[in-house]
Write a protein that binds this ligand. Structure first.
Ligand SMILES: *Cc1c(COP(=O)(O)O)cnc(C)c1O
Length: 246
């Protein structure tokens, strides 16, 4: 076992907590459905990724039992440990990926949302071709549409310039784009970034149709606005599992 991986807790099933998780998930899905209707969209086109960072494995199992088949982690080490415990879920890596952890990420993740440079795409392409030659690895290109200096991601014009080269990399399936919004007081303030990601996606697809139309955007405080603006994947942690410690 890695020194840093969480201790294997005895499986403790708390029916009240499992019911609370199932109810919270149902509420999120209902809000996704309402937001999709407002936008004239079909809610079945939106995938809910339940973000499990800091959530212990027994609570994640409760979420899985409630129907959360897509799970997200922002740290490679935590994803590797939890995917080992719960291999039946689809694991999304949503956080920054350092090149020295790329191999473990390709081994353990089913989708990587945080491809934020040409170098990282190239490295992942090499690893995916080696480790899973018969199954292209689904990835999203992370874009810093809000131009937040604290956030990773391609600068939009940089991605426009580099996209054709990136799409040549083998072993990867380029499903679309991802962004992490700024922290905002009012979810309406997040909307311009969602519009910007959708608009960039349309522009990129008119330049090179090999990139997919997926849009991973929206978190607990603003997923409804993201769905109204076209999100096909929302990443929701606290609204399902409650506040994180710390
Ligand atoms: C933690 C996290 C989320 C989920 O955030 P919540 O506010 O708990 O919904 C989504 N995306 C990324 C990249 C994250 O790190």
């Amino acid at each position: 076992m890695d020194a840093g991986s969480p201790p294997r807790a005895a499986f403790r099933y708390d029916p009240a907590d499992a019911a609370a998780i199932a109810l919270a998930r149902a509420r999120v899905l209902e809000r996704i459905d309402l937001a999709a209707r407002r936008a004239g969209r079909d809610a079945t086109d939106v995938t809910l990724v339940a973000v499990t960072k800091t959530v212990p494995v027994e609570r994640i199992r409760a979420a899985l039992a409630a129907g959360c088949a897509d799970l997200g982690e922002n740290r490679v080490q935590e994803l590797v440990a939890k995917a080992g415990e719960i291999p039946e879920a689809r694991w999304h890596l949503i956080g920054p990926l350092q090149s020295n952890k790329a191999r473990r990420a390709v081994e353990a993740a089913d989708v990587i949302h945080s491809v934020d440079s040409v170098d990282l795409a190239q490295r992942l392409a090499r690893l995916a071709s080696e480790l899973r030659p018969d199954r292209a690895l689904p990835v999203l290109l992370q874009v810093n549409v809000a131009a937040d200096p604290a956030k990773a991601g391609f600068e939009p014009e940089d991605l426009v310039r580099n996209l054709p080269g990136i799409l040549e990399f083998p072993g990867l399936r380029f499903d679309g784009l991802m962004t992490i919004g700024r922290l905002v007081e009012d979810p309406e303030e997040a909307r311009p970034a969602f519009v910007a990601l959708r608009t960039l996606s349309e522009r990129l697809r008119s330049i090179d149709g090999r990139i997919g139309s997926a849009l991973s955007m929206g978190m607990s405080d603003d997923y409804a606005e993201a769905v109204e603006e076209g999100a096909t994947i929302v990443r929701v942690g606290r609204a399902i599992f409650g506040a994180r410690p710390g």
